[in-house]
Write a protein that binds this ligand. Structure first.
Ligand SMILES: Nc1nc2c(ncn2[C@@H]2O[C@H](COP(=O)(O)OP(=O)(O)OP(=O)(O)O)[C@@H](O)[C@H]2O)c(=O)[nH]1
Length: 454
């Protein structure tokens, strides 16, 4: 799905290149694709509509900078707007209250509240150096209290006992009293999972909120939850003054569009993301990374930007034309290619941006070694005269020794470089195209990669 969208978008990026402005007509198709991508990622329809309208408003009439096409500029706007929407106000847990600061956890059944309560306890102990007490107000699911006890122990926090025959309000009051008397900094209150349509249970959690006056009321929501997330979030945020969202199960294979819907209707920040079932599987929410995932593009946008901003298009095209016309590829051209790659941030930086499956294939290469090798080659070429760069076959043994000394390498290395260069020249003749251009174009043709805009 992800690569299909990337393919579509990059095709459209290519189609509308060469126009100086973003207009209604040149981006209509692209916006349609973005809309489809968001719907496929389970973002709720009203949220998609609103989002597209905002992007359009931002984008229309915008001048397109430098070598970017309107399509590329638009993809950039979409991505930035998506992360801005999800990322604004992102912050750690607010503990600015007379201790104990109470944190109330709310959400649907199975959203991951109990697990997340313990993860949060661990986070507050380790990162904020707090003394943390947990308590379960879930008197409906018999195993829930025991589950919280077990995970609290794993987190290294203290657990306050409760039993299924107690009222949640009584449990909460007793826990709060205990936390005060024993100087706890934070009291985490886990609650029963409830459906928003269950009025009795919704009233119960409202009562808990009134009693505990929590500094944080966190809505725990499963990233795998589809279109319905918007209704759930709305009902919870109507009933409770939510202060933040924790998105769980982001390690699942959903595209996590629920995040955008939930953020949109509640207006509160997504503070953390659950990344595994384990106790340490909690991360501060990274809006940018999540935006890429919702769009299904990974770091591809960054790569497009890097490639298009780094490559001197004119030089690359000249080189391609030169080789195509049968003129020979010389060491000056080779040097030019090395320099272009450096401008793009070097090999390892390019590799970092590749989609996971390609990066895994490339992972067997020793990047540091490859980059060192390229730098040495560059040094060797710099020690040659312009004529030698054009016609390396003229280089005699004595000159080779001089060149090696100039570049600070062994003569064998100069020989190896010249041999490799010879092989490359042969390959170029066969390919009838520029090396770097060809490589980029090939990358563009690969699954999951954008077509290059030339
Ligand atoms: N993979 C993954 N699993 C998670 C994550 N968070 C929670 N889970 C799992 O989701 C399931 C439900 O989690 P619970 O913490 O029991 O959910 P709950 O909201 O307390 O459930 P109720 O008490 O029934 O309302 C458990 O199997 C957890 O291990 C996460 O971030 N990633």
């Amino acid at each position: 799905m992800a690569s299909a969208l990337t393919d579509k978008l990059s095709r459209l990026v290519k189609e509308i290149r060469g126009q100086a402005r973003i207009t209604e007509s040149n981006v209509a198709d692209m916006l349609r694709e973005v809309r489809m991508a968001l719907l496929e990622a389970d973002v709720a329809l009203p949220v998609v509509r609103d989002f597209i309208a905002r992007v359009k408003e931002k984008a229309l009439g915008q001048e397109v900078m430098g070598s970017l096409s309107p399509g590329q500029a638009l993809v950039g706007i979409v991505n930035r707007e998506l992360s801005r929407t999800m990322g604004e106000g992102v912050s750690d847990i607010n503990l600015a209250a007379q201790p104990p600061a109470v944190i109330l956890m709310a959400g649907l059944q199975g959203a991951g509240k109990t697990t997340t309560t313990a993860k949060l306890a661990k986070h507050l102990i380790e990162k904020r150096k707090k003394k943390v007490l947990t308590v379960s107000g879930d008197v409906y699911r018999p195993a829930a209290i025991e589950q919280l006890k077990t995970v609290t122990k794993q987190a290294g926090a203290e657990w306050f006992p409760s039993t299924p025959d107690q009222k949640p309000a009584d449990i909460a009051a007793a826990a709060l009293d205990y936390a005060r008397k024993h100087y706890f900094d934070v009291l985490l209150v886990d609650t029963a999972g409830r459906l928003a349509i269950d009025e009795v249970l919704m009233n119960e959690i409202k009562g808990l909120h009134a009693l505990l006056k929590p500094v944080e009321t966190l809505f725990v929501v499963d990233a795998m939850q589809g279109q319905d997330a918007i209704n759930t979030a709305k009902a919870f945020s109507d009933a409770l003054p939510l202060t933040g969202i924790i998105l769980t199960k982001t390690d699942g294979d959903s595209r996590g569009g629920a995040a955008l819907s939930v953020r949109h209707v509640t207006g509160v920040p997504i503070k953390f993301a659950g990344t595994s079932e384990k106790i340490d599987g909690l991360e501060v929410f990274d809006a940018e990374r999540h935006a890429g995932r919702v769009l299904g593009m990974g770091d591809i946008l960054a790569l497009v930007e890097q490639v298009t901003s780094g490559v001197d298009m004119a030089a690359a095209q000249k080189l391609a034309a030169k080789v195509k016309s049968g003129e020979s590829f010389d060491l000056n051209d080779f040097l030019g290619q090395i320099q272009q790659m450096k401008q793009m941030g070097g090999l390892s930086s390019l590799m970092d941006k590749l989609p996971a499956q390609m990066a895994a294939k490339a992972g067997t290469m020793d990047m540091d070694k490859a980059e060192r090798d390229i730098r040495r080659k560059e040094g060797i070429i710099y020690s040659m005269t312009p004529l030698e760069r054009r016609k390396p076959e003229l280089i005699k043994a004595t000159r080779k020794r001089r060149i090696a000394a100039g570049a600070g390498v062994q003569v064998q290395e100069v020989n190896r470089m010249l041999n490799e260069f010879g092989q490359m020249q042969d390959m170029m003749k066969k390919m009838k195209g520029g090396g770097m251009m060809k490589m980029l174009k090939r990358m563009g043709g690969m699954k999951g990669m954008p077509k290059m805009p030339f």
